[in-house]
Design a protein. Sequence first.
Length: 499
Amino acid sequence: MLGSSADVSAVRGPNWKDARDERIGACKAFKFAVSTLLVIFSIAVTVSVIVDRETKVSQNASPAFAIILICFAIGWLFMVEGGQASMVGLPPVEAELYKDSHPITYKLCSIAHKGNNLDRYLIGRQFMVLLIVFTTNQCGAALRNADAFDHSHWFLDIFLGSGIAMILMVACIGQLMSQVNASHCMLDFVDTHFMTITLYTCLAIEASGLLHCVYLVQYIFAFVSGKPVQSNEDPRTWFQAFFFWLRVLMSLVVLTGCTAVTISALFNGQTTTWDAIPNGIAVILFLICLYVVGMLEGMQIAFYTVSKLTVEERASSPMAALTCNVLYRGNNLPNFMIGRQICVTLNFFVIARLTTLDVDVDNGDETVFGVSKALQQFFNTGLPGAIVTTILGSIVWQLVASAYPVTFLGSPFVHILLRVCLLLENSGICSAAWFLGMLHKKVAGYKYDEHYIGTPEERQANKKAELIEKARMRPKRPHQKLSRDLENAMEDTSATDSS
Protein backbone atom coordinates (compact mmCIF):
# COMPACT_ATOMS: atom_id res chain seq x y z
CA MET A 1 0.00 0.00 0.00
CA LEU A 2 1.27 3.44 -0.92
CA GLY A 3 0.29 4.87 2.40
CA SER A 4 3.57 6.40 3.50
CA SER A 5 6.07 8.82 2.03
CA ALA A 6 8.74 6.12 2.18
CA ASP A 7 6.74 3.84 -0.12
CA VAL A 8 6.16 6.65 -2.60
CA SER A 9 9.80 7.73 -2.56
CA ALA A 10 10.86 4.16 -3.23
CA VAL A 11 8.72 4.07 -6.34
CA ARG A 12 9.87 7.44 -7.66
CA GLY A 13 13.51 7.38 -6.77
CA PRO A 14 15.64 10.08 -5.12
CA ASN A 15 15.74 12.42 -8.12
CA TRP A 16 11.98 12.82 -8.42
CA LYS A 17 10.73 16.41 -8.43
CA ASP A 18 7.16 17.61 -8.80
CA ALA A 19 6.67 19.67 -11.96
CA ARG A 20 4.24 21.93 -10.14
CA ASP A 21 7.09 23.39 -8.06
CA GLU A 22 8.23 25.60 -10.91
CA ARG A 23 10.42 28.69 -10.66
CA ILE A 24 8.73 32.07 -10.60
CA GLY A 25 9.84 34.28 -13.47
CA ALA A 26 10.16 38.06 -13.42
CA CYS A 27 6.84 38.63 -15.21
CA LYS A 28 4.95 36.35 -12.86
CA ALA A 29 6.62 37.91 -9.81
CA PHE A 30 5.57 41.36 -11.03
CA LYS A 31 1.97 40.20 -11.40
CA PHE A 32 2.10 38.67 -7.91
CA ALA A 33 3.36 41.94 -6.41
CA VAL A 34 0.87 44.24 -8.15
CA SER A 35 -2.10 41.97 -7.49
CA THR A 36 -1.13 41.49 -3.83
CA LEU A 37 -0.85 45.26 -3.34
CA LEU A 38 -4.31 45.69 -4.89
CA VAL A 39 -5.75 43.09 -2.52
CA ILE A 40 -4.14 44.81 0.49
CA PHE A 41 -5.49 48.16 -0.68
CA SER A 42 -8.94 46.61 -1.17
CA ILE A 43 -8.89 45.29 2.40
CA ALA A 44 -7.90 48.73 3.71
CA VAL A 45 -10.69 50.44 1.73
CA THR A 46 -13.28 47.93 2.91
CA VAL A 47 -12.26 48.21 6.56
CA SER A 48 -12.35 52.01 6.26
CA VAL A 49 -15.97 52.15 5.09
CA ILE A 50 -16.98 49.59 7.74
CA VAL A 51 -15.38 51.61 10.53
CA ASP A 52 -17.11 54.74 9.22
CA ARG A 53 -20.48 52.90 9.43
CA GLU A 54 -21.01 53.22 5.69
CA THR A 55 -22.08 49.63 5.07
CA LYS A 56 -25.45 48.07 5.81
CA VAL A 57 -24.38 45.80 8.69
CA SER A 58 -22.03 48.30 10.33
CA GLN A 59 -24.76 50.95 10.18
CA ASN A 60 -27.53 48.75 11.60
CA ALA A 61 -25.35 46.88 14.12
CA SER A 62 -21.77 47.98 14.78
CA PRO A 63 -18.45 48.16 12.88
CA ALA A 64 -16.90 45.54 15.15
CA PHE A 65 -19.71 43.08 14.44
CA ALA A 66 -19.46 43.76 10.69
CA ILE A 67 -15.69 43.13 10.66
CA ILE A 68 -16.06 39.90 12.65
CA LEU A 69 -18.90 38.71 10.43
CA ILE A 70 -17.13 39.44 7.14
CA CYS A 71 -13.94 37.73 8.33
CA PHE A 72 -15.94 34.67 9.40
CA ALA A 73 -17.86 34.66 6.10
CA ILE A 74 -14.71 34.84 3.97
CA GLY A 75 -13.07 32.16 6.11
CA TRP A 76 -16.04 29.86 5.67
CA LEU A 77 -16.15 30.61 1.94
CA PHE A 78 -12.48 29.59 1.85
CA MET A 79 -13.41 26.17 3.23
CA VAL A 80 -16.52 25.78 1.06
CA GLU A 81 -14.66 26.50 -2.19
CA GLY A 82 -11.64 24.37 -1.37
CA GLY A 83 -13.76 21.58 0.06
CA GLN A 84 -15.55 21.20 -3.25
CA ALA A 85 -12.30 20.37 -5.05
CA SER A 86 -11.47 17.71 -2.47
CA MET A 87 -14.90 16.13 -2.26
CA VAL A 88 -15.20 15.92 -6.06
CA GLY A 89 -11.60 14.83 -6.66
CA LEU A 90 -11.22 12.06 -4.07
CA PRO A 91 -13.88 9.47 -5.11
CA PRO A 92 -11.54 7.63 -7.55
CA VAL A 93 -8.97 7.10 -4.76
CA GLU A 94 -9.30 4.04 -2.54
CA ALA A 95 -10.18 5.41 0.89
CA GLU A 96 -8.09 2.83 2.75
CA LEU A 97 -4.95 4.49 1.38
CA TYR A 98 -5.45 7.56 3.58
CA LYS A 99 -7.47 6.07 6.43
CA ASP A 100 -4.57 6.25 8.90
CA SER A 101 -2.81 9.40 7.67
CA HIS A 102 -6.00 11.50 7.34
CA PRO A 103 -8.72 10.14 9.64
CA ILE A 104 -11.02 13.17 9.35
CA THR A 105 -10.79 13.15 5.56
CA TYR A 106 -11.55 9.43 5.57
CA LYS A 107 -14.66 9.92 7.71
CA LEU A 108 -15.87 12.86 5.62
CA CYS A 109 -15.45 10.94 2.36
CA SER A 110 -17.25 7.92 3.78
CA ILE A 111 -20.25 10.22 4.30
CA ALA A 112 -20.00 12.44 1.21
CA HIS A 113 -19.36 9.56 -1.21
CA LYS A 114 -22.19 7.37 0.06
CA GLY A 115 -25.18 7.03 -2.26
CA ASN A 116 -26.18 10.38 -3.78
CA ASN A 117 -24.72 12.46 -0.95
CA LEU A 118 -22.11 14.05 -3.21
CA ASP A 119 -24.84 15.52 -5.43
CA ARG A 120 -26.71 16.69 -2.34
CA TYR A 121 -23.56 18.31 -0.99
CA LEU A 122 -22.91 20.14 -4.27
CA ILE A 123 -26.46 21.51 -4.41
CA GLY A 124 -26.33 22.72 -0.81
CA ARG A 125 -22.85 24.11 -1.36
CA GLN A 126 -24.00 26.20 -4.33
CA PHE A 127 -26.62 27.95 -2.22
CA MET A 128 -24.15 28.37 0.63
CA VAL A 129 -21.68 30.18 -1.65
CA LEU A 130 -24.39 32.62 -2.73
CA LEU A 131 -25.50 33.14 0.86
CA ILE A 132 -21.95 33.90 1.98
CA VAL A 133 -21.37 36.30 -0.92
CA PHE A 134 -24.61 38.12 -0.10
CA THR A 135 -23.49 38.32 3.56
CA THR A 136 -20.09 39.77 2.68
CA ASN A 137 -21.81 42.25 0.38
CA GLN A 138 -23.97 43.54 3.22
CA CYS A 139 -20.98 43.72 5.57
CA GLY A 140 -18.44 45.35 3.26
CA ALA A 141 -20.21 46.94 0.29
CA ALA A 142 -20.28 50.72 0.64
CA LEU A 143 -23.61 52.49 0.83
CA ARG A 144 -24.49 55.34 -1.50
CA ASN A 145 -22.05 58.29 -1.45
CA ALA A 146 -19.66 56.54 0.94
CA ASP A 147 -16.09 57.87 1.29
CA ALA A 148 -13.03 55.85 2.25
CA PHE A 149 -10.39 57.32 4.57
CA ASP A 150 -12.77 60.25 5.23
CA HIS A 151 -12.28 61.81 1.81
CA SER A 152 -13.34 61.13 -1.75
CA HIS A 153 -11.14 60.60 -4.77
CA TRP A 154 -11.93 59.28 -8.23
CA PHE A 155 -9.69 56.24 -7.68
CA LEU A 156 -11.40 55.43 -4.38
CA ASP A 157 -14.78 56.02 -5.96
CA ILE A 158 -13.99 53.38 -8.57
CA PHE A 159 -12.97 50.84 -5.94
CA LEU A 160 -16.01 51.55 -3.77
CA GLY A 161 -18.73 52.36 -6.25
CA SER A 162 -18.02 49.50 -8.64
CA GLY A 163 -17.43 46.96 -5.88
CA ILE A 164 -13.94 46.09 -7.17
CA ALA A 165 -12.52 46.20 -3.65
CA MET A 166 -14.95 43.56 -2.39
CA ILE A 167 -14.58 41.42 -5.51
CA LEU A 168 -10.77 41.33 -5.32
CA MET A 169 -10.76 40.60 -1.61
CA VAL A 170 -13.36 37.82 -1.73
CA ALA A 171 -12.18 36.24 -5.01
CA CYS A 172 -8.49 36.12 -4.09
CA ILE A 173 -8.72 35.23 -0.40
CA GLY A 174 -12.03 33.41 -0.09
CA GLN A 175 -12.13 31.47 -3.35
CA LEU A 176 -9.08 31.24 -5.61
CA MET A 177 -6.48 30.85 -2.85
CA SER A 178 -8.28 27.82 -1.44
CA GLN A 179 -8.82 26.29 -4.88
CA VAL A 180 -5.12 26.65 -5.71
CA ASN A 181 -4.15 24.47 -2.74
CA ALA A 182 -7.17 22.17 -2.55
CA SER A 183 -6.80 21.09 -6.17
CA HIS A 184 -3.43 19.44 -5.39
CA CYS A 185 -3.56 18.97 -1.58
CA MET A 186 -7.05 17.49 -1.27
CA LEU A 187 -6.25 15.19 1.64
CA ASP A 188 -4.62 17.83 3.85
CA PHE A 189 -7.11 20.58 3.01
CA VAL A 190 -10.24 18.84 4.31
CA ASP A 191 -8.58 17.01 7.19
CA THR A 192 -10.19 19.39 9.68
CA HIS A 193 -13.46 19.48 11.60
CA PHE A 194 -14.19 22.86 10.01
CA MET A 195 -14.88 20.85 6.86
CA THR A 196 -17.04 18.48 8.91
CA ILE A 197 -19.26 21.42 9.89
CA THR A 198 -19.28 22.63 6.28
CA LEU A 199 -20.29 19.23 4.91
CA TYR A 200 -23.18 18.78 7.33
CA THR A 201 -24.33 22.36 6.73
CA CYS A 202 -24.46 21.80 2.96
CA LEU A 203 -26.34 18.52 3.40
CA ALA A 204 -28.78 20.22 5.79
CA ILE A 205 -29.44 23.01 3.27
CA GLU A 206 -30.25 20.43 0.59
CA ALA A 207 -32.42 18.40 2.97
CA SER A 208 -34.45 21.51 3.84
CA GLY A 209 -36.07 21.32 0.40
CA LEU A 210 -35.47 24.97 -0.53
CA LEU A 211 -33.74 23.92 -3.74
CA HIS A 212 -35.65 20.72 -4.52
CA CYS A 213 -37.29 22.17 -7.63
CA VAL A 214 -33.97 21.60 -9.41
CA TYR A 215 -34.72 17.88 -9.26
CA LEU A 216 -37.90 18.53 -11.22
CA VAL A 217 -35.79 20.21 -13.90
CA GLN A 218 -33.45 17.22 -13.82
CA TYR A 219 -36.35 14.81 -14.43
CA ILE A 220 -37.68 16.99 -17.26
CA PHE A 221 -34.33 16.99 -19.07
CA ALA A 222 -33.95 13.26 -18.49
CA PHE A 223 -37.36 12.72 -20.12
CA VAL A 224 -36.60 15.02 -23.06
CA SER A 225 -33.15 13.53 -23.70
CA GLY A 226 -34.31 9.96 -23.17
CA LYS A 227 -31.61 9.36 -20.57
CA PRO A 228 -32.66 7.92 -17.20
CA VAL A 229 -31.69 9.81 -14.05
CA GLN A 230 -28.62 8.10 -12.61
CA SER A 231 -28.84 7.16 -8.93
CA ASN A 232 -26.53 5.34 -6.53
CA GLU A 233 -29.36 4.55 -4.13
CA ASP A 234 -32.27 2.11 -3.99
CA PRO A 235 -35.65 3.30 -5.31
CA ARG A 236 -37.58 5.48 -2.86
CA THR A 237 -40.30 4.01 -0.70
CA TRP A 238 -43.80 5.48 -1.02
CA PHE A 239 -43.20 7.66 2.05
CA GLN A 240 -39.81 8.85 0.79
CA ALA A 241 -41.33 9.64 -2.61
CA PHE A 242 -44.20 11.56 -1.00
CA PHE A 243 -41.82 13.58 1.18
CA PHE A 244 -39.52 14.20 -1.81
CA TRP A 245 -42.26 15.56 -4.10
CA LEU A 246 -43.74 17.57 -1.24
CA ARG A 247 -40.43 19.39 -0.92
CA VAL A 248 -40.29 19.86 -4.69
CA LEU A 249 -43.70 21.55 -4.54
CA MET A 250 -42.62 23.69 -1.59
CA SER A 251 -39.46 24.70 -3.45
CA LEU A 252 -41.49 25.75 -6.50
CA VAL A 253 -43.72 27.92 -4.32
CA VAL A 254 -40.69 29.48 -2.59
CA LEU A 255 -38.94 30.14 -5.91
CA THR A 256 -42.05 31.75 -7.38
CA GLY A 257 -42.49 33.97 -4.33
CA CYS A 258 -38.81 34.98 -4.19
CA THR A 259 -38.81 35.82 -7.90
CA ALA A 260 -41.94 37.96 -7.54
CA VAL A 261 -40.50 39.80 -4.52
CA THR A 262 -37.17 40.45 -6.26
CA ILE A 263 -38.66 41.71 -9.54
CA SER A 264 -41.21 43.88 -7.74
CA ALA A 265 -38.53 45.45 -5.54
CA LEU A 266 -36.36 46.17 -8.59
CA PHE A 267 -39.21 47.86 -10.47
CA ASN A 268 -40.09 49.97 -7.42
CA GLY A 269 -36.52 50.96 -6.51
CA GLN A 270 -36.58 49.12 -3.18
CA THR A 271 -33.13 47.56 -3.44
CA THR A 272 -29.55 48.69 -2.89
CA THR A 273 -29.10 49.26 -6.64
CA TRP A 274 -26.84 52.15 -7.64
CA ASP A 275 -28.69 55.49 -7.87
CA ALA A 276 -27.52 56.09 -11.44
CA ILE A 277 -29.34 52.98 -12.72
CA PRO A 278 -33.07 53.43 -13.53
CA ASN A 279 -35.45 50.82 -12.14
CA GLY A 280 -36.29 49.31 -15.51
CA ILE A 281 -32.62 49.05 -16.47
CA ALA A 282 -31.92 47.38 -13.12
CA VAL A 283 -34.35 44.58 -14.02
CA ILE A 284 -32.68 44.10 -17.40
CA LEU A 285 -29.22 44.14 -15.80
CA PHE A 286 -30.35 41.53 -13.27
CA LEU A 287 -31.57 39.21 -16.04
CA ILE A 288 -28.33 39.72 -18.00
CA CYS A 289 -26.24 38.86 -14.93
CA LEU A 290 -28.34 35.73 -14.35
CA TYR A 291 -27.71 34.72 -17.95
CA VAL A 292 -23.95 35.33 -17.72
CA VAL A 293 -23.64 33.42 -14.44
CA GLY A 294 -25.71 30.58 -15.87
CA MET A 295 -23.53 30.37 -18.97
CA LEU A 296 -20.34 30.35 -16.88
CA GLU A 297 -21.70 27.65 -14.57
CA GLY A 298 -22.82 25.57 -17.53
CA MET A 299 -19.52 26.05 -19.37
CA GLN A 300 -17.61 24.51 -16.49
CA ILE A 301 -19.75 21.36 -16.63
CA ALA A 302 -19.82 21.20 -20.44
CA PHE A 303 -16.05 21.59 -20.79
CA TYR A 304 -15.36 18.67 -18.47
CA THR A 305 -18.01 16.59 -20.22
CA VAL A 306 -16.80 17.15 -23.79
CA SER A 307 -13.21 16.44 -22.74
CA LYS A 308 -14.22 12.77 -22.82
CA LEU A 309 -15.64 13.01 -26.35
CA THR A 310 -13.78 12.39 -29.59
CA VAL A 311 -12.85 15.20 -31.97
CA GLU A 312 -15.49 13.94 -34.40
CA GLU A 313 -18.21 14.13 -31.75
CA ARG A 314 -17.22 17.69 -30.86
CA ALA A 315 -17.22 18.61 -34.56
CA SER A 316 -20.99 18.05 -34.75
CA SER A 317 -21.18 21.75 -33.87
CA PRO A 318 -18.61 23.97 -35.66
CA MET A 319 -18.73 26.62 -32.94
CA ALA A 320 -18.30 23.98 -30.22
CA ALA A 321 -15.31 22.55 -32.09
CA LEU A 322 -13.75 26.02 -32.40
CA THR A 323 -14.29 26.69 -28.70
CA CYS A 324 -12.77 23.34 -27.71
CA ASN A 325 -9.73 23.95 -29.92
CA VAL A 326 -9.03 27.13 -27.96
CA LEU A 327 -9.85 25.62 -24.56
CA TYR A 328 -7.66 22.53 -24.76
CA ARG A 329 -4.63 24.40 -26.09
CA GLY A 330 -1.76 24.60 -23.61
CA ASN A 331 -2.88 25.64 -20.11
CA ASN A 332 -6.05 27.36 -21.29
CA LEU A 333 -8.34 25.05 -19.30
CA PRO A 334 -6.94 25.92 -15.83
CA ASN A 335 -6.52 29.54 -16.95
CA PHE A 336 -10.18 29.61 -17.94
CA MET A 337 -11.20 28.25 -14.54
CA ILE A 338 -9.43 31.14 -12.81
CA GLY A 339 -10.85 33.75 -15.16
CA ARG A 340 -14.28 32.14 -14.84
CA GLN A 341 -14.15 32.44 -11.06
CA ILE A 342 -13.40 36.15 -11.36
CA CYS A 343 -16.35 36.64 -13.72
CA VAL A 344 -18.71 34.62 -11.52
CA THR A 345 -17.70 36.51 -8.39
CA LEU A 346 -18.13 39.84 -10.20
CA ASN A 347 -21.64 38.89 -11.31
CA PHE A 348 -22.54 37.55 -7.87
CA PHE A 349 -21.70 40.88 -6.28
CA VAL A 350 -23.61 42.81 -8.93
CA ILE A 351 -26.63 40.54 -8.39
CA ALA A 352 -26.29 40.92 -4.62
CA ARG A 353 -26.25 44.71 -5.01
CA LEU A 354 -29.26 44.61 -7.34
CA THR A 355 -31.43 42.18 -5.38
CA THR A 356 -30.72 43.00 -1.73
CA LEU A 357 -33.85 44.77 -0.51
CA ASP A 358 -33.44 48.13 1.22
CA VAL A 359 -36.80 48.87 2.84
CA ASP A 360 -36.58 50.78 6.12
CA VAL A 361 -39.74 49.67 7.90
CA ASP A 362 -38.86 51.71 11.00
CA ASN A 363 -39.09 54.92 8.95
CA GLY A 364 -42.40 53.95 7.43
CA ASP A 365 -41.20 52.76 4.00
CA GLU A 366 -43.79 50.80 2.06
CA THR A 367 -43.16 47.06 2.20
CA VAL A 368 -43.11 44.77 -0.84
CA PHE A 369 -46.68 43.62 -1.64
CA GLY A 370 -47.75 45.16 1.67
CA VAL A 371 -46.30 42.33 3.78
CA SER A 372 -45.76 42.65 7.52
CA LYS A 373 -42.73 44.44 8.95
CA ALA A 374 -41.29 41.18 10.29
CA LEU A 375 -41.51 39.48 6.89
CA GLN A 376 -40.05 42.56 5.18
CA GLN A 377 -37.07 42.50 7.52
CA PHE A 378 -36.58 38.87 6.52
CA PHE A 379 -36.67 39.90 2.85
CA ASN A 380 -34.04 42.56 3.61
CA THR A 381 -31.52 39.82 4.46
CA GLY A 382 -31.10 39.14 0.74
CA LEU A 383 -32.28 35.53 0.98
CA PRO A 384 -34.87 35.85 -1.84
CA GLY A 385 -32.21 37.00 -4.30
CA ALA A 386 -29.85 34.22 -3.21
CA ILE A 387 -32.51 31.55 -3.80
CA VAL A 388 -33.41 32.91 -7.25
CA THR A 389 -29.75 33.16 -8.29
CA THR A 390 -28.85 29.70 -7.01
CA ILE A 391 -31.68 27.97 -8.88
CA LEU A 392 -32.25 30.05 -12.01
CA GLY A 393 -28.72 31.38 -12.41
CA SER A 394 -26.68 28.33 -11.50
CA ILE A 395 -28.01 24.82 -10.94
CA VAL A 396 -30.54 24.78 -13.79
CA TRP A 397 -27.84 25.80 -16.28
CA GLN A 398 -25.54 23.07 -14.98
CA LEU A 399 -28.27 20.50 -15.63
CA VAL A 400 -28.79 21.82 -19.17
CA ALA A 401 -25.06 21.71 -19.93
CA SER A 402 -24.77 18.22 -18.50
CA ALA A 403 -27.61 16.92 -20.70
CA TYR A 404 -26.57 18.71 -23.91
CA PRO A 405 -22.87 19.64 -23.62
CA VAL A 406 -22.05 19.98 -27.34
CA THR A 407 -25.22 21.94 -28.08
CA PHE A 408 -24.50 24.19 -25.11
CA LEU A 409 -20.99 24.93 -26.36
CA GLY A 410 -22.40 25.68 -29.81
CA SER A 411 -23.50 29.11 -28.63
CA PRO A 412 -21.26 31.94 -29.92
CA PHE A 413 -21.62 33.62 -26.53
CA VAL A 414 -19.77 30.67 -24.95
CA HIS A 415 -16.76 31.41 -27.13
CA ILE A 416 -16.92 35.10 -26.23
CA LEU A 417 -17.04 34.31 -22.51
CA LEU A 418 -14.13 31.91 -22.89
CA ARG A 419 -12.01 34.67 -24.45
CA VAL A 420 -13.03 37.13 -21.73
CA CYS A 421 -12.11 34.67 -18.96
CA LEU A 422 -8.72 33.95 -20.53
CA LEU A 423 -8.08 37.68 -20.87
CA LEU A 424 -8.92 38.26 -17.20
CA GLU A 425 -6.57 35.52 -16.07
CA ASN A 426 -3.75 36.77 -18.29
CA SER A 427 -4.17 40.28 -16.90
CA GLY A 428 -2.88 39.01 -13.56
CA ILE A 429 -5.46 40.96 -11.56
CA CYS A 430 -6.00 37.96 -9.27
CA SER A 431 -2.44 36.62 -9.35
CA ALA A 432 -2.29 37.33 -5.63
CA ALA A 433 -4.26 34.10 -5.16
CA TRP A 434 -1.24 32.08 -6.34
CA PHE A 435 1.15 33.98 -4.07
CA LEU A 436 -1.14 33.81 -1.05
CA GLY A 437 -1.79 30.16 -1.82
CA MET A 438 1.95 29.41 -1.71
CA LEU A 439 2.23 31.19 1.65
CA HIS A 440 -0.78 29.34 3.04
CA LYS A 441 0.56 25.99 1.81
CA LYS A 442 3.87 26.58 3.55
CA VAL A 443 2.35 27.81 6.82
CA ALA A 444 -0.26 25.03 6.96
CA GLY A 445 2.32 22.39 6.05
CA TYR A 446 0.29 21.02 3.16
CA LYS A 447 1.84 18.34 0.98
CA TYR A 448 0.75 17.14 -2.43
CA ASP A 449 -1.58 14.15 -2.35
CA GLU A 450 1.01 12.04 -4.16
CA HIS A 451 3.22 12.31 -1.07
CA TYR A 452 0.70 10.18 0.81
CA ILE A 453 -0.97 7.96 -1.79
CA GLY A 454 1.23 8.14 -4.88
CA THR A 455 0.15 8.90 -8.42
CA PRO A 456 -2.63 6.89 -10.13
CA GLU A 457 0.05 4.99 -12.05
CA GLU A 458 1.91 4.16 -8.85
CA ARG A 459 -1.27 3.01 -7.13
CA GLN A 460 -2.12 0.85 -10.12
CA ALA A 461 1.37 -0.70 -10.19
CA ASN A 462 1.25 -1.34 -6.45
CA LYS A 463 -2.19 -2.95 -6.74
CA LYS A 464 -0.99 -5.23 -9.50
CA ALA A 465 2.01 -6.24 -7.38
CA GLU A 466 -0.32 -7.15 -4.51
CA LEU A 467 -2.49 -9.23 -6.85
CA ILE A 468 0.55 -11.07 -8.19
CA GLU A 469 1.73 -11.75 -4.65
CA LYS A 470 -1.69 -13.13 -3.71
CA ALA A 471 -1.65 -15.29 -6.83
CA ARG A 472 1.67 -16.81 -5.76
CA MET A 473 0.21 -17.66 -2.38
CA ARG A 474 -2.44 -19.85 -4.07
CA PRO A 475 -0.48 -22.25 -6.31
CA LYS A 476 -3.12 -24.97 -6.22
CA ARG A 477 -5.62 -23.05 -8.31
CA PRO A 478 -5.82 -23.90 -12.04
CA HIS A 479 -3.39 -21.74 -14.02
CA GLN A 480 -5.83 -20.49 -16.64
CA LYS A 481 -8.56 -19.59 -14.15
CA LEU A 482 -6.00 -17.82 -11.99
CA SER A 483 -4.72 -15.82 -14.96
CA ARG A 484 -8.23 -14.75 -15.93
CA ASP A 485 -9.01 -13.65 -12.38
CA LEU A 486 -5.76 -11.71 -12.24
CA GLU A 487 -6.41 -9.97 -15.57
CA ASN A 488 -9.96 -9.03 -14.53
CA ALA A 489 -8.70 -7.62 -11.24
CA MET A 490 -6.04 -5.59 -13.06
CA GLU A 491 -8.64 -4.17 -15.44
CA ASP A 492 -10.85 -3.17 -12.51
CA THR A 493 -7.88 -1.49 -10.84
CA SER A 494 -6.98 0.40 -14.01
CA ALA A 495 -10.54 1.67 -14.40
CA THR A 496 -10.72 2.75 -10.76
CA ASP A 497 -7.43 4.68 -10.72
CA SER A 498 -7.56 6.13 -14.23
CA SER A 499 -8.27 9.60 -12.86
